[in-house]
Design a protein. Structure first.
Length: 270
């Protein structure tokens, strides 16, 4: 079966098909590593500028009475934007080149650095606002509340509640390859929460769907933070291949593979 929806291949039609993982551990491609490095540099730049603005607000505004309230508030808002931008770029880079759970300290630091930097961009400022003798109680209440809210927003948006890891990518890709005759190839949509093995799966072939993306598991994770395989697609593929879930746990990519005779647009795996 096939779908009449538009299928867009992420990475372009000429993107090479990677070798199956087999028993190996996932390693990000050189292209992904380079892109992740670039994103991290931009994230660090955003955080550095945010810290610079914070220092200016402390030494250039708070410590120079009378305190310029409009400048202080504008600075806090700009700081918040930079902190959120830095966290977004950093989390995006981690989906391209994830850390390993084996190194717990590095795994935590790499995935939650956005939250740490978000708090650092405001905490000293918040403390000095409430201890500043040149601000009235009303002024402290107004600007202090704004700063505290900004710090909380920056910290929470910086937290990665579903951090990627080398081990998770390895497991997800391995499962897809076992079901997909050794191919790391899935489908997903802009509004979807799962990736699929079939482009004609009824979960993504709805009236609301006008475009289906095709790519690798890690690309689905990068683009949409999707980390779960559609259960309907999994059960359908197991049935097509005459396998059980126990076979899936024991097999390796390429084993128990049979031709289904099904084809889809854009070289789909069905």
């Amino acid at each position: 079966m096939s779908t009449n929806k538009k299928i867009t291949r992420v990475g372009g039609d000429s993107a090479p098909t990677p070798e199956p993982l087999g028993g190996r551990t996932f390693v990000a491609s050189e292209e992904s590593k380079a892109k992740a490095k670039q994103l991290r540099l931009f994230a660090i730049l955003a955080w550095v500028v945010a810290i610079g603005i914070e220092l200016y607000l402390i030494f250039g505004v708070l410590f120079k009475p009378p305190v310029n309230m409009p400048i202080l508030i504008i600075g806090i808002v700009v700081n918040l934007i930079l902190a959120i931008l830095g966290s977004w770029l950093w989390k995006k880079s981690n989906r391209l080149d994830p850390a390993s759970e084996k190194d717990k300290a590095r795994f935590f630091l790499q995935n939650q650095l956005g939250a740490i930097m978000g708090v650092l961009a405001f905490l000293p400022l918040v403390i000095l606002i409430f201890t500043n003798k040149d601000l009235s109680g009303k002024q402290k209440g107004i600007v202090g509340s704004i700063a505290v809210i900004a710090m909380l927003v920056a910290g929470i948006t910086g937290v990665d509640f579903n951090p990627p890891s080398v081990e998770e990518y390895t497991e997800q890709i391995s499962t897809v390859e076992k079901l997909n005759d050794g191919k790391n190839q899935v489908f997903w949509t802009k509004s979807g929460t799962k990736y699929h093995l079939y482009s004609d799966c009824y979960h993504i072939n709805t009236d609301k769907t006008d475009e289906i993306f095709q790519g690798k598991v890690e690309q689905a994770r990068e683009m949409k933070k999707i980390s779960e395989l559609c259960k309907t697609c999994e059960e359908r593929r197991l049935k097509d291949k005459g396998m059980t879930e126990e076979d899936l746990l024991q097999s390796t990519p390429g084993e128990n593979s049979i031709e289904t005779g099904e084809t889809t647009e854009e070289a789909s795996p069905e």
